[in-house]
Design a protein around this ligand. Structure first.
Ligand code: ZN
Ligand code: FE
Ligand code: FE
Length: 253
């Protein structure tokens, strides 16, 4: 079964949830054979979220479960603000994502030249240090695009697993779920987040997974999920995590 827990109907333009905005996402989810869709807009647009709209589209979609989540940018020092955001709605889940290193939006195409300032070993060490801090904060349910730092293909030579190991231990200790995010397939790195090597290590550590497309338009909902499922299955996963009111359960993959 497929769920897509990383969908951005407000994209990067903000605004408010309306039925007209959400319904095309639901249609696409049905067409792709999803049993569940989770709207998880970027936290900067939290004011546009509307539970009453979620409730009304849910009522007219008995065949599809609809969840309300949010993708929250984590950086050290933001913990209190994030805890406040988490209380604004009865969210089903929060995705924690690292998009910034010391105020540098490393995943934004406009700031790509910032990679020139780094030794890639140091960059990866710093990035996974932030992921570790995010896991320890215990503010989140799901880790978003775990190895986003590879987005533009900049990476140290050799095995990347050692850079992530302590972060993965922290993820396990905090009981977090890792998403398999298919958006990376359409970015310069041309690979899923996280890599198959990292996913295999997650499996060894008994870290659960879920699925997300990072759709910013309706046509991207559930994109590449047949491939994603195949990878998870080959690694050994037989179930994926789902959330209701921030309580985790599992469905078969
Ligand atoms: Zn986005
Ligand atoms: Fe993100
Ligand atoms: Fe996203």
């Amino acid at each position: 079964m497929y769920v897509d827990y990383h969908v951005h109907p407000l994209s990067h333009s903000g605004g408010d949830y309306t039925e007209v905005l959400l319904i095309p996402y639901l249609s696409e989810a049905r067409e792709r054979g999803l049993t569940e869709i989770g709207f998880a807009d970027h936290d900067e647009y939290w004011e546009g979220l509307d539970r009453t709209i979620i409730a009304s589209v849910s009522a007219s979609s008995p065949d599809l479960k609809i969840k309300l989540g949010m993708e929250v940018s984590y950086w050290p020092g933001r913990e209190t603000e994030i805890a406040g955001l988490a209380r604004r709605y009865p969210f089903d889940y929060l995705i924690g994502s690292v998009h910034d290193i010391d105020n540098w939006m490393f995943d934004h195409p406009a700031y790509r030249m910032g990679y020139r300032a780094w030794e890639f070993d140091d960059l990866y060490r710093k990035y996974y240090e932030l992921i570790k801090g995010m896991a320890h904060s215990r503010l989140f349910d799901i880790v978003g695009h775990l190895d986003l730092i590879k987005k533009y293909g900049y990476r140290p030579e050799g095995d990347l697993l050692p850079f992530a190991e302590l972060a993965l231990q922290a993820i396990r200790q905090s009981g977090l779920v890792v998403e398999l995010n298919t958006a990376g397939l359409h970015k310069p790195c041309a690979a899923i987040y996280p890599s198959q090597e990292l996913l295999s290590r997650c499996f060894e550590l008994d870290i659960p997974v879920t699925l997300g497309s990072d759709a910013h338009t309706e046509s991207e909902v559930g994109r590449d999920f047949v491939y994603a499922r195949e990878i998870l299955y080959r690694i050994g996963y037989r179930r994926i995590a789902v959330f209701s009111q921030r309580q985790r359960s599992f469905i078969s993959l």
